[in-house]
Design a binder for this molecule. Structure first.
Ligand code: PLP
Length: 318
């Protein structure tokens, strides 16, 4: 089903009318920040997973980019996301808020541009398909390095950052792999083009700390779930060859959810399919996002629940 409505700067408009002029700053310079969020069908109707955390990260990303004043309060954006899902009568869908520099600012100064906000939704089920979910995927170490923390800001989902992801994933897929693993400028494992990464060795779970990578919300959810299931999770720098000799490697993100890696750089990982701990976390995560694990009920924001916000007003991003 096509999306009928998109939220643009304070109101729902027909999606075909949710357009921006050619001289939109963000289109020329990647000066936008965005989120990738998912709504799932649950017994209580559609519910958005960790919506407040995503919108908070969106506002944080705007702050990192240097935007001083946002046109909408956090609660307004939360409600707008729900309103957009509801208006489109979607259950399982992807929610894409974007804060962008609109007109002005062609002197490369954020302070001289005006700020726009939109929220699009589209119906969506799986990013990598059922086979990837069951069997795992193949990845390579990218020839492109992930951002240095003082070149691009890795805590922010700034649109321009994603040129790096496009370089890496396009290369990977042209080489016949499914995903690229990126190393940071020191040569440690950072993350994939749109996922955080974990490995399992001797029953323990390891993941790079968040110093150089995006503070993934799925990563955070899995660390919590893994602890609750009794697994030890260790955050530390990881080298490329630690991936090769791991028992299991898996990646996670809003789009990919939890996906095992069965091969990296032509080396079979573990038994060559999604390993038992990967499958355990995958299975529990799928229950959590569908509201089947009462312990994590607060992570789900029912789309049909009453709205939270007051009428829109300006809010500082810092
Ligand atoms: C570069 C990068 N790393 C990690 C992630 C995973 O983050 P999350 O779990 O919040 O979707 C994403 C997706 O947003 C991403 O773009």
């Amino acid at each position: 089903m096509e999306s009928q409505f998109t939220w643009m700067n304070g109101r729902l408009v027909p999606t075909a009318q949710a357009t921006v002029p050619f001289l939109t700053n963000a289109l020329h310079y990647g000066t936008a920040v965005f989120e990738g969020i998912r709504s799932y069908n649950t017994e209580r109707g559609p519910a958005i997973f960790r919506l407040r955390d995503h919108i908070q990260r969106l506002v944080n990303s705007a702050r990192v980019l240097g935007i001083k004043q946002l046109p909408f309060e956090l609660d307004v954006l939360i409600d707008a996301a729900k309103e957009t899902v509801r208006a489109n009568h979607f259950t399982d869908c992807y929610v894409r808020p974007l804060i962008y520099l609109s007109s002005g600012g062609f002197n490369l100064n954020v302070d001289f541009a005006s700020v726009g906000v939109g929220i699009a939704v589209w119906e969506w089920h799986q990013y990598m398909g059922p086979e990837a979910l069951a069997k795992g995927i193949r990845a390579n170490i990218s020839s492109f390095t992930r951002h240095h923390v003082n070149v691009m800001m890795t805590k922010a989902k700034i649109s321009g950052n994603y040129a790096n992801s496009f370089l890496a994933r396009t290369e990977s897929m042209r080489l016949g792999f499914d995903e690229a693993i990126m190393l940071d400028p020191l040569g440690n494992v950072a993350e994939c083009t749109g996922e955080n990464l974990f490995l399992v060795r001797g029953g323990k779970i390891y993941t790079p700390n968040v110093n150089t990578v995006l503070e993934g919300i799925t990563r955070d959810s899995l660390v919590t779930i893994a602890h609750d299931l009794g697994y030890e999770v260790i955050e530390m720098p990881l080298s490329r060859d630690q991936l090769y000799i791991a028992d299991e490697v898996f990646v996670c993100g809003t789009a990919a959810e939890v996906i095992g890696l069965r091969e990296i750089d032509f080396r079979t990982i573990g038994s060559g399919e999604s390993g038992p701990i990967t499958r355990h976390l995958q299975q529990v995560f799928h229950q959590v996002v569908r509201g089947q694990e009462p312990r994590y009920a607060e992570w789900l924001d029912a789309v049909n629940a009453p709205l939270m916000s007051q009428p829109a007003s300006a809010v500082p991003a810092e």
